[in-house]
Design a protein around this ligand. Structure first.
Ligand SMILES: Nc1nc2c(ncn2[C@@H]2O[C@H](COP(=O)(O)OP(=O)(O)OP(=O)(O)O)[C@@H](O)[C@H]2O)c(=O)[nH]1
Ligand SMILES: [Mg+2]
Length: 252
């Protein structure tokens, strides 16, 4: 069993992409399981096989511990780790080829508190990969692009998995895609764009950070995708195959 974790900022398109990856693999004959790890979500665009909401309920936590909405969301995220044996048991019962894992919208709670990394590291899987979603509508300015790239790098550090970086919602940013993809592979073009946008102090900071990230291998580009039109799904699938199956494509 191979696990694909979808991570990214709130509203970046994780849940919708989870449903599209499900469709893609299923059409190609693979058996796919869906795990929802977001205790706060109300509606999902797919049917869960395993759902953390069966174990952690935000309304009950609010009542039981007399917490407000933020406190109960933090507590709910923290409690996920304590349910790992139940989750693993259900996952093993379903036993899919691929398990797609939709993570909570509050990425700072999932990635930076103990629970998210614990779950990722302790689920028993043959292979694990995370897909970080760079929200297309957020990364249209150089400064925002760098901010999200730094977040992606920091999340990779926290989660300790291989990471595939995708640019989402390309159907909404058609006139910007070329520029954003250039920033993602050509650090000099990004440095130039930052120089035009920011003051000297910020430029020096960003230029040095970018050089470090470049050395660390960030400049491998983003895979542009749209969950609305299906554009780029083949490229994402190839990239997932390279990481998970050592290059072997899913059988037709
Ligand atoms: N046009 C367009 N809209 C998209 C795309 N992907 C997601 N959306 C929309 O963006 C909104 C957020 O998508 P979700 O899939 O719920 O994002 P999420 O990251 O799961 O959100 P949270 O779990 O709340 O953090 C929804 O209204 C989606 O329909 C896309 O590729 N194109
Ligand atoms: Mg979601």
């Amino acid at each position: 069993m191979k696990a694909i974790f979808l991570v990214g900022t709130a509203g970046s398109g994780k849940s919708l992409l989870a449903s599209k990856i499900y469709d893609y693999y299923t059409r190609n004959g693979a058996f796919v399981g869906m795990l929802n790890l977001d205790p706060g979500v109300e509606n999902l665009p797919y049917t869960c096989d395993i759902d953390v909401r069966d174990y952690v309920d935000i309304a009950t936590i609010m009542r039981q511990y007399d917490l407000g909405p933020n406190g109960s969301i933090i507590m709910a995220n923290d409690l996920i780790a304590s349910k790992i044996d139940d989750l693993q048991h259900e996952i093993d019962n379903v036993n899919p080829d691929y398990l797609i894992i939709d993570t909570p919208g509050q990425i700072e709670l999932f990635a930076y508190r103990a629970s998210g990394p614990f779950v990722i590291q302790n689920l028993n899987m043959e292979q694990k990969v995370s897909v970080f979603l760079h929200d297309g509508v957020l990364v249209t300015t150089p400064t925002n692009f760098v901010s999200i790239a730094l977040l992606a790098t920091s999340v990779k550090l926290r989660l300790g998995t291989s990471q595939i970086n995708v640019l989402t919602k390309t159907d909404l940013i058609e006139d910007k895609i070329k520029t954003i993809l250039k920033w993602s592979t050509n650090m000099a073009s990004l440095e130039d764009a930052i120089a035009k946008e920011s003051d000297g102090e910020n430029y020096t900071l960003v230029a040095n950070l970018l050089r470090g990230m470049n050395l660390g291998g960030f400049a491998q580009g983003l895979i542009p995708i749209s969950s609305s039109t299906g554009e780029g799904m083949i490229n994402l699938q190839s990239s997932l195959s390279r990481v998970l199956n050592l290059g072997e494509e899913v059988e037709d």
